[in-house]
Design a protein around this ligand. Structure first.
Ligand code: MSK
Length: 665
């Protein structure tokens, strides 16, 4: 059999730091997810959603026209069940993360977690109002306890529906109620997916997929939104900070600790421990100059947004970080941690430390996190990393890092646009209505080893900002843009179209806004809901000239996110390939079918140009439906810094004439 062709480093990634390390991997014959993707073909039947393995009579692979499983299940039922189970796993992951944060807040409020406190009492009160918790005259820690208990109730309460649903526009809430897809509580809808998709239960594809929307809404407007709010309460609501991105943030002469995964609970403590003078001295006693922290995936995004901890890289760079030979400890918590890191780390001095009771990896050192003695555990981890520094061999740290300004919580965006007393998204709506900003794209999600790393993220974001589309980002997509240098206000001058550039200059924001980790897509929902209720852009999320996308998606969480965005009214384009591409009917239901029901649709497309074309067409159609002027970039660009720069290049008399329309006498 012909051997599968292995991609060159330049074909495998668009990121310079990654390309240089992939080169090293080739030379040293180190296995990574890139090489495994090249040598291990994806199962074409499973990848298209045509394999049923929900019972012991299968797996049944439905590859022929009209073929059914042993039980008689059709391809439509099988594909819908496969899709629904992806949503269940994704929603469970985000939501269980949120639940743990609620337990941390409860432990802090009851005095059992002395290293945690309430950092944002304002946000706590805001949560209390949504969760029907009385706030008047109550001490903060008492309020924190009741908010934590109310939040925990949202996961498994007996009656009613998720209280945060009322944060959506009224019209949207009506759609959910009329369709019967308003989630009752987070856990119940996930459990019900597993029940419905058990052999011999729900066998109508559309019915199964309707319930997928219900469970996903429990993620977006429930588990994830609670996770975001609880993190802000415990660790502070993000605002702009300056930081750096890419593997060049690692230091040759310092102890390097990578934090990787999704939860901020322990990583916040490790960041604190790394600044402890006693531990810095300990690191120095081992020959290092100090301690450097770098993040991978969404633990990175969490600590970046609040503490400015540099981003070492996104999902596909976790193994590449080890290849630098400069990582003394990689501390992982939950989600998106490749098992391959352990085998690779065995060939270097890097110690992989697992910390979650939910995520042990064979061969890794397990130091279980316990919120009751969080800082103590964090200090033990930092000490271990310092001990490993003495075992380092040669290092290959790529000389690549880029400055960025993250921290765009929805609270900060309101403040940036309206000031402290009149925080508002009105100027954003006005800029869209006038056509300065053509529309908004939320570019989110992962990297995928089967497609060129960062390629689609880079391409689509470049095209959008060039065409005056404001881009908001989370997750590994955000890290891709950070590395590309699109997250500083200066980037607006160079890369943004004339209208977007005027807005970025006036407000002092980058054209691509980093809004956090993958649970923080709830921040994007909050912004969209506020835009819809602010006025001028319709009354619902589906009216806004906006598109959501995950061009390099790979995780089940991305499918859940896409589903809750669609159920919230958004047009969502997923890159790579559809997990149900083997079934035309299911592809039709999640696109045309869902659009007819909820106003949002999900499509899959792996061609960057086509993703951009479809997005622009959608944005322009929504503009036309709202009666807004056609997008015309020639109207903009003659104000702001650009204009001043142009004027400054003229001799003084012409400058005055151009600026004021008269000549110097
Ligand atoms: S980490 S879910 S690879 S965004 Fe949130 Fe990145 Fe996707 Fe994991």
């Amino acid at each position: 059999m012909a051997k599968k062709r292995v991609r060159t480093p330049e074909e495998a990634s668009r990121d310079k730091a990654s390309i240089s390390l992939l080169q090293l991997a080739c030379e040293g014959d180190f296995e990574t997810s890139f090489s495994r993707a090249d040598t291990l073909a994806a199962c074409p039947i499973g990848s298209d959603g045509m394999c049923c393995k929900v019972c012991g009579m299968g797996p049944c692979r439905l590859v022929k026209e009209g073929q059914t499983g042993v039980c008689g299940a059709t391809l439509e039922t099988v594909a819908a069940r496969n899709f629904a189970r992806m949503v269940a796993a994704g929603a469970a992951s985000h939501s269980d993360h949120g639940r743990d944060l609620a337990y941390t807040l409860l432990a802090a409020a009851e005095g059992h977690a002395p290293d945690y406190t309430v950092r944002d009492p304002g946000k706590l009160k805001e949560m209390a109002a949504y969760l029907d918790v009385e706030t008047d005259g109550r001490p903060i820690m008492e309020l924190a306890r009741d908010v934590a208990l109310a939040a925990l109730g949202e996961f498994g309460k007996v009656q009613g529906e998720i209280l945060y649903l009322k944060r959506a526009p009224k019209k949207r809430q009506e759609i959910w109620h009329n369709l019967g897809i308003a989630p009752r509580n987070v856990d119940r809808e996930i459990v019900e997916i597993m029940h419905r998709t058990h052999v011999g239960n729900d066998q109508d594809a559309e019915h199964i997929l309707d319930h997928s929307m219900r469970a996903a809404l429990g993620d977006g407007w429930g588990g994830s939104m609670l996770a975001t709010d609880l993190s802000d309460v415990l660790f502070g609501t993000p605002g702009p900070v300056i930081s750096e991105a890419n593997l060049g943030v690692l230091q040759d002469d310092e102890v390097n600790i990578i934090i990787h995964g999704h939860e901020p609970t322990l990583s916040e403590m490790i960041v604190a421990a790394a600044q402890d003078p006693e531990l810095i001295e300990y690191a120095q006693s081992k020959g290092a100059k100090g301690i450097t922290m770098g993040g991978i995936c969404c633990t990175a995004n969490e600590t970046l947004m609040r503490q400015g901890v540099p981003l070492a890289g996104n999902f596909l760079q976790q193994e590449l970080a080890i290849l630098t030979g400069a990582v003394d400890a990689m501390v992982v918590d939950i989600q998106c941690i490749m098992q391959g890191v352990v085998k690779l780390a065995e060939q270097f001095h890097t110690e992989i430390i697992t910390t979650s009771p939910k995520a042990k990896i064979t061969g890794a050192t397990h130091m279980e996190f316990d919120e009751h003695r969080a800082l103590e555990i964090a200090k033990e981890i930092v000490r271990k990393a310092a001990d490993n520094f003495t075992k380092r061999g040669n290092t290959n740290i790529p000389d690549e890092s880029t400055q960025l300004i993250p921290g765009f919580s929805h609270e900060y965006i309101n403040y940036a646009l309206g000031g402290f007393y009149r925080g508002s998204l009105r100027p954003l709506n006005d800029a869209i209505a006038a056509g300065r900003i053509r529309g908004v794209v939320a570019n989110i999600g992962c990297n995928n080893a089967r497609i060129c790393h960062d390629d689609l993220h880079r391409y689509v974001v470049t095209e959008f900002i060039k065409n005056d589309v404001l881009v908001v980002e989370t997750g590994c997509g955000a890290i891709a843009s950070a590395k590309q240098g699109y997250m500083t206000p200066e980037a607006a001058l160079e890369h943004a179209g004339p209208g977007l550039r005027e807005v970025c200059e006036a407000v002092g924001i980058p054209p691509v806004l980093h809004m956090g980790s993958c649970v923080d897509n709830s921040r994007i929902l909050t912004v969209l809901a506020q835009m819809a209720t602010e006025g001028g852009l319709g009354e619902d999320i589906s009216d806004i000239p906006a598109v959501g996308m995950a061009p390099e998606w790979m995780s089940e969480k991305a499918i859940s996110i896409a589903t809750y965005c669609v159920a919230s009214g958004a047009y969502v384009i997923m890159g790579h390939s559809s997990p149900v591409s083997g079934c035309e009917e299911v592809d039709r239901i999640i696109s045309d079918g869902w659009e007819a029901k909820v106003g949002g649709r999900m499509e899959f497309c792996n061609d960057g140009e086509e993703i951009v074309r479809r997005s622009m067409a959608h944005i322009d159609k929504k503009r036309a439906d709202l009666g807004l002027p056609e997008y015309d970039p020639s109207k903009w660009g003659k104000s702001g810094d650009w204009r001043i720069q142009e004027l400054m290049e003229l001799p003084l008399p012409e400058r005055i004439e151009a600026a004021y329309g008269n000549t110097v006498k």
